[in-house]
Design a protein around this ligand. Sequence first.
Ligand code: MN
Ligand code: MN
Length: 467
Amino acid sequence: MKDEELFEKLSYTRKNVYDVISKKEKSEMLDLCDEYREFLDMGKTERECVDLAVKMAKKAGFKPLDDFKTLKAGDKVYRINRGKNIFMAIIGTEDIENGLNICGAHIDSPRLDLKQNPLYEQDGMALFKTHYYGGIKKYQWTALPLSMHGVIFTKTGEKVVINIGEKPDDPVFCITDLLPHLAQSQMTKKMSEGVAGENLNILIGGMPTGKDVKERIKFGILKLLNEKYGICEPDFLNAEIEIVPAFAARDVGLDRSFVGAYGQDDRVCAFTTLKGIIDTKKPKKTAVAILVDKEEIGSFGNTGMKSAFFEMSVAELIEKIKGSCDMTVYNRVMSNSACLSSDVNAAVDPTYESVYEKNNSAYAGCGMCIVKYTGARGKSSSSDANAEFMYKVEKIMDDNNVVWQSGELGKVDEGGGGTIAQYVANLNMDVVDCGVPVLSMHAPFEVTAKTDVYMAYRAYKAFYKDR
Ligand code: MN
Ligand code: MN
């Protein structure tokens, strides 16, 4: 063997997925990404993603967990939590005490939420006040077409579902920004302060209505909301209305090798997890997919990963398989389980290379990324996966021709982040982060490589099948 070959054999090098996939795999990848773009367009909120997941699950033969008195191998079940969080499982042929194979992704994304009393009139315009959700660069959200999604209950208890700005003939909304001519003082501010959170106000109207009314523009909007949706202003006090980019997912690049869209963190891993479990036939261990809300604000709340919903659903599986669920059995199931915390990672950006450590970062196009630990300031708030589990996961990927890479989130002192892995780890199971590298993460238009989307799908499917 020549030294050159020996060096290649002994060293770690990333592969570009295009260099190793077949023609057939490439066409499977393109089909998957066509479906993925549709998923992104239909699922712009956690509620919409749960609705889509249910639709896909039902089509694949999954039924509500509550419909089953007992469960046996091969049964496919799902359970929804408050419309924003879903648990899915395929009962395995092995004893459930041997543990579950779980993939968990989050379906909430950074956005702007309407405040509870959002509507006001100023300078001949009607606007909505917002409170941003998750980590955003605020300046990125101005001067963009935005749509409005959510639910609101009227005084008579009717649930009104809002979805405005997605159809081609719908109106859209926007946050206006200062013209450069008058932005001298704004432009000298720090980027984090150039657009204040309190300035993320949505333009929603400008048509005066009625006589002898103090605020005629606001009156016009109130009348319109009442006539069209039966909503009065106090109804907003209960509402959950999310403002998101109005544009559709698109192919990016002359060679169409990327997908550009809002909300890919973490709907890219949610979609591929869903496809992974749906395409899993007769698993040995019980296969579980969990799509959670609230990751972007710390996994708090009853629909986030810190909620007991997941554990309660597992307890119910055990009870319906074994006839009862005592603590010892439950503990064995949890301890023997393994989880891929399916979440995105930062891809190296050629324009901002300096914040990445090149040997230990993920590259778009080099496959699914395994992230041993996340955290910031010295791995703080991270679940650092153990070597034994890392080896098992890596072996599954290699045995199933999944192109994968290792990557951590940027240079040691540049910042960091967390995922749901740490909360899953608290249940005393093995867990590691594993997902798709993303460019412009948390921006209104995020970018992923199609090859990495495809490899994430193959990774989750392989994990369900092989462990
Ligand atoms: Mn994420
Ligand atoms: Mn995120």
